[in-house]
Design a protein around this ligand. Structure first.
Ligand code: FAD
Ligand code: SF4
Length: 509
């Protein structure tokens, strides 16, 4: 009797009940595959990180006495597709049973369900044990209502999991939300803590990836590779974050600075999304810091909201809405990405900084993703499908269940407001308030029209003007529409003219 158990590249959870004790009748199978490297163009660091973490996980299992069959990307037996490889491995090992953990991406879930229907042996589908709640929970709560809101879901999660609530289910500190306190710009004080991530030499792995002809973009930095690649390293990054950054996380959550790419963010998303650490232990560490007086409530609540709230919420939205969600394009935007999305070469300092940083580090924090890159993509009218594929490729943490609702829903409003209460758009005033980018920009932030005027300004007003029918009734945009209502038609025409010229020459910005 041999049971073959599949471990996908984002299922590196050493604490899963599967691994509680070795069993001579069980063989764990892991595969590096072209089907996974090629479904979108990935950042070089993303490919290295997944393969390196998978290899480390396989070693760890073997050290603990488990049997492992690992197919490297250059293994002669590797058929490079999941179903083909499974057929080979099941037959080679004389398997009598096949088990897999529920896949988090729709693409892989469908492929595995399909495989199970005609598999040569009986198949079991096992829970991954990773999340706070099950993937149908968001649908259960919102059902057929038109507006699915994080706040409602998050409060339910807080009460159900007894996190930051008192015995009566009221929020700790009397409020559910400290967002208003969490919008400070950062001007250099307190200093950004040193980068606490480990460093690895993965030049050999990078040569193998290149040798196999896998197309990537962005800097590999293989000789000094900075992402945590196993549970122990991930826990160290977590404890360093709690010690040095968490206390400032709330205050500077929305701040951006050209000299401080991380600021007080945790950089735990890769560790979380590969399941090397559990969201429950990350939340527990933050709650311990609150109890110990190491971090204030606005910081801890802000951080918990990202993990217990946003992360679980977007997963539920994804599973309730797929596969149709991928096709959403509420504003019918069709423009291709300008070339500088792939090299950062634009004179707009904010976009130059955020895209160059993303290409160099496979990382940008939330506000850079949402309010600089995503904001521009939306007001410039870029095709949300292309924007989605770019985000899915470039970030180290990009797996579709979390990336797609963030990109199409939160950032591009392509679902028409199912997930977000308004489009996240802003002109230069916001970017100037929250960053130092404008002070070093070739464009003039205070100008609306003219050759050196900041492109965000006319694009922002033109976007609102052109979508008055769709957005005019949104109370969160009432002030902007009221302001615009007082403008002369000449002023509006000149803004539209400027925005048109910009949209028609995006490559030149
Ligand atoms: P921190 O700011 O330290 O936050 C802590 C943790 O909270 C993160 O590690 C992450 O697990 C979770 N989190 C924070 N915000 C969100 C959110 N909006 N949705 C879900 N989880 C969240 N996150 C991904 O993990 N993968 C993606 O592919 C991804 N794509 C995004 C695309 C766009 C357009 C936007 C606007 C956001 C995206 N996010 C994505 C959410 C968020 O930007 C990243 O999780 C965060 O920047 C990761 O950095 P960090 O670990 O330093 O996060
Ligand atoms: Fe960005 Fe405009 Fe500021 Fe330049 S002036 S950094 S383009 S917001």
């Amino acid at each position: 009797m041999t049971c073959v158990r599949l471990i996908l590249g984002d299922q590196l959870d050493a604490t899963h009940t599967w691994f509680s004790r070795p069993d001579a009748d069980v063989v764990y199978v892991m595969m590096e595959m072209r089907q996974e490297t090629d479904y979108v163009l990935h950042h070089a660091q993303k490919v290295i990180a997944f393969f390196a973490a998978m290899r480390r996980f396989a070693e760890l299992l073997q050290m603990r006495g488990h049997r492992v069959r690992y197919l490297t990307i250059d293994d002669a037996q590797n058929r490079q597709r999941l179903d083909d490889n499974l057929n080979v491995v099941l037959s080679e090992l004389g398997a009598t049973r096949f088990q897999y953990q529920v896949a988090d991406e729709y693409r892989l879930d469908a492929q595995l369900l399909d495989y199970a229907r005609s598999a040569p042996v009986p198949v079991d589908r096992i829970e991954s044990e990773h999340f706070f709640t099950h993937r149908g929970r968001v649908r259960e709560i919102f059902g057929s209502t038109r507006r699915w809101r994080l706040e409602q879901f998050y409060r339910r999660m807080r009460i159900e999991h007894e996190i930051l609530t008192d015995a009566d289910g009221r929020p700790t500190g009397g409020r559910w939300n400290f967002d208003a306190a969490n919008r400070k710009p950062w001007r250099g004080d307190p200093p950004e803590p040193p980068d606490a991530r480990p460093s690895h030499d993965h030049q050999t792995l990078w040569s193998t990836i290149q040798g196999g002809g896998i197309a990537t973009f962005g800097s590999p930095h293989a000789e000094r590779f900075r992402w945590p690649l196993d549970r122990e390293e991930s826990l160290k990054v977590l404890s360093q974050f709690v010690e040095h950054s968490l206390r400032y996380f709330g205050d500077f959550q929305d701040a951006m600075h050209s000299r401080a790419p991380r600021l007080f963010h945790s950089q735990l998303s890769f560790a979380l999304n590969t399941k090397m650490i559990h969201p429950r232990e990350v939340v527990s560490a933050a709650l311990d810091a609150l109890r110990a007086g190491q971090a204030p409530l606005n910081a801890v609540e802000g951080f918990v909201r990202q993990i217990l709230g946003w992360r679980e919420f977007v997963r539920g939205v994804y599973w309730a809405q797929m596969p149709a969600y991928a096709e959403n394009n509420f504003f019918e935007h069709r423009r291709p990405l300008p070339h500088w999305f792939w090299n950062g070469e634009t004179h707009m300092q904010c976009l130059h900084t955020c895209i160059t940083q993303s290409l160099d580090q496979a990382y940008a924090h939330h506000i850079q993703r949402l309010m600089i890159i995503g904001n521009f993509a939306l007001i410039a009218g870029l095709d949300p499908g292309e924007v989605h594929r770019w985000y899915l490729g470039i970030y180290i943490d990009a797996v579709e269940w979390v990336e797609m609702p963030n990109t199409l829903g939160l950032s591009q409003f392509a679902d028409g407001g199912l997930l977000a209460s308004k489009p996240y758009v802003a002109a230069s005033a916001y970017i100037h308030r929250m960053s130092d980018y404008c002070s070093r920009c070739a464009y003039k932030r205070a100008e609306l029209t003219g050759p050196r005027a900041c492109p965000f300004n006319s694009l922002y007003w033109s976007f609102l003007s052109q979508n008055r029918r769709r957005l005019g009734g949104n109370p969160r945009l009432a002030l902007a529409y009221k302001l615009m209502g007082a403008w002369s038609s000449e002023r509006l025409q000149s803004i539209e003219g400027q925005a048109d010229r910009i949209r028609n020459h995006l490559d030149d910005l």
